[in-house]
Design a binder for this molecule. Sequence first.
Ligand SMILES: Cc1ncc(COP(=O)(O)O)c(C=O)c1O
Length: 390
Amino acid sequence: MPHDIEELRRQTPGTSHLLHFNNAGAALNPAAVTTAVLEHLQQEQRVGAYEAAAAANGAIEHFYTAFATHLNCRAEEIAWAENATHAWNTLLHAITFKPGDRIVTGQSEYASNYLSLLHLAQRCQVHIDVVPNNDTGSLCLEALEKALDGNVRLLALTHVPSQSGVVHPAAQAGAMARARGILYLLDACQSAGQLALDVETLGCDLLTGSGRKYLRGPRGTGFLYARRGALDSLHPAWIDMHAARFLDAQHYALREDARRFENWECFVAGKIGLAVAVDYANALGMQWIEARVRTLATRLRERLREVLNLTVHERGHDLCGIVTFSSGRETADALQQRLLARGINTSVVRVRNNPLDLGAQGLGDLNRASVHYYNTDAEIERFCEALRQY
Ligand SMILES: Cc1ncc(COP(=O)(O)O)c(C=O)c1O
């Protein structure tokens, strides 16, 4: 596929009338993704849903091979999930914890994940340790090293947080976890589709993500990766006849692959559409996507710093397509609404959802602009101009 931005924008109908800087919320679908979803739904309408699925078996199975290429793993290590939260909880609750076990996480952990950890701590008497970020907002590796002792059952980290453009040192953390034999669950919800991910380099045993964000898939889609060697120790909290089979009236056998975490029923059109989105990213090349996203975001931060009364919040060196900022003149909500009225999509990250991170830094709600490779320098200029016109 050529890296012709204008052509990529033509293949992205939303770009013709929107300035979309909300890719960390949900990116714009390429036309090929929407078409694949609609065509499957039409086929369900025409021939019946089970019959349509049987005929589309190849496209459905391709979901697993597309992700295997994307993440550098085996197709049997991939499972479908309806969203990233579901994928992450499915894996968390498949781990056998004993009272006194410790779970180490980071200050930037995604809010829903952290709530689930608190819930688990109450129910299973496990302890949660939060490793702080350093003064650039990145996970402090020295503190992590100290935290990873013999009682740690799980290291659960978020690669790229929802509330900041920092890329946490997931691979360095993975090397520490692997050296100690600690299970490592990585939330790649915001990194998948904008950064080149390789589960071998990351050193994670488990990884989760969503389809609608930087991967540009349909809403209501997600995925998980579970390393083959870790699967035997993971027991899904619930199973069905897709995840397991009867041996006799008293016994059953779990599937040997990662599909033990799936249910029989799923959003088939969405699964096909997400596979098309992953193919699209694979064809463009994740190295190219990552480089372009980082370049655009760096430019956006530079230009935002020149806008009067605006503060950009990212401080570290390893930054991605998410840019957070706040205005000294408008609340985050008022600013977002003002931009929306001009056809500019952004979002707001809320301190109430991120007390460990934003709260600890004394920051209030922040505006978030998140760029993708189909955005342009001209859009960045238009965006800054809109901000100036207060
Ligand atoms: C870092 C991170 N993890 C997990 C999620 C949850 O994803 P989903 O809404 O698909 O469950 C999000 C959503 O914004 C996120 O930013």
